[in-house]
Design a protein around this ligand. Sequence first.
Ligand SMILES: Cc1ncc(C[n+]2csc(CCOP(=O)(O)OP(=O)(O)O)c2C)c(N)n1
Ligand SMILES: [Mg+2]
Length: 343
Amino acid sequence: MVKERTVPSFQVDSVVITREEGLMLYEDMVLGRLFEDKCAEMYYRGKMFGFVHLYNGQEAVSTGVIRSMRRDQDFVCSTYRDHVHALSAGVTAREVMAELFGKATGCSKGRGGSMHMFSSQHNLLGGFAFVAEGIPVATGAAFQSKYRREVMGDESSDTVTACFFGDGACNNGQFYECLNMATLWKLPILFVVENNKWAIGMAHERATSDPEIYKKGPAFGMPGYEVDGMDVLAVREVAQKAIARARAGEGPTLIEALTYRFRGHSLADPDELRDRDEKEFWFARDPINKFFAYLTEHNLADSDELKAIDKKVQDLINDAVEFAQTSPEPDPSELYRYIYADD
Ligand SMILES: Cc1ncc(C[n+]2csc(CCOP(=O)(O)OP(=O)(O)O)c2C)c(N)n1
Ligand SMILES: [Mg+2]
């Protein structure tokens, strides 16, 4: 039997959510899951190229954090595993799918592909392909929020940045440098580690001095929280606390969400290294099934209603594929466009 880290307990009964919030969180997670399933299908049909990293299993983290933020005002920074962060941030399924197909209608105009989702409209700072590369960019975004308020006198500048990265990124120097500066300058940022136990084929415990990443927060003078990353309500509660702290000018927070990717590292990974028992343990904790049960048990929704949401989301994704397929390729004459911000 695999020995798993004990996930902190969370009292769901202490949570207050309205039916509307519950349905919104559910729909956001289902959108992430069904979108990724469709990507796998399209990738194996040869519709997209390069590496494609799916987010299945980790939905509660994206939804719990990003849907607690102010859409289009707060900033989100991602990694190469970025499709679902983009969707939670408000980028449409059409634009994300078209980007994956390399089409001119994609959110990065077809120039980025899977690992480089970007949207200035939704303050999505990008997916970054180098491990930990987004952390300094997100730290810079948090810095500008504070600079605008304190140096340029813009009282309304109270935006918050959420920076997502993996357990593997926490062994990279940029992580430590940014934690240091974020506390030093009390920056409004959430460092969200999605600890899915693996960095490609490297097990987290084999690669790091102290596998409990949240403990590194207090070492840099910021709170560190360990949270069940398969429970959207637990993630949401911790995120709300960290966002309130950041918005109040009290500084950064490190959140370690314990989660698991349900598929291989990328669609090119046969996923033969991870233990079967380990996978079964985490599959049984599927965040969508868990939240489905919560909503029905607490009489916030009935199963038919939730299944109708699944169907609506599936239709939306089918429409996104149709849109991507029928969209034009970028025009070769535009090869040098969108290199500089003025474009
Ligand atoms: C600087 C750098 N080194 C190595 C790689 C190759 N690489 C791509 S993903 C990855 C694993 C990262 O794992 P983690 O941060 O846990 O994120 P996850 O894939 O689990 O979401 C590595 C080593 C890279 N992209 N960038
Ligand atoms: Mg990982």
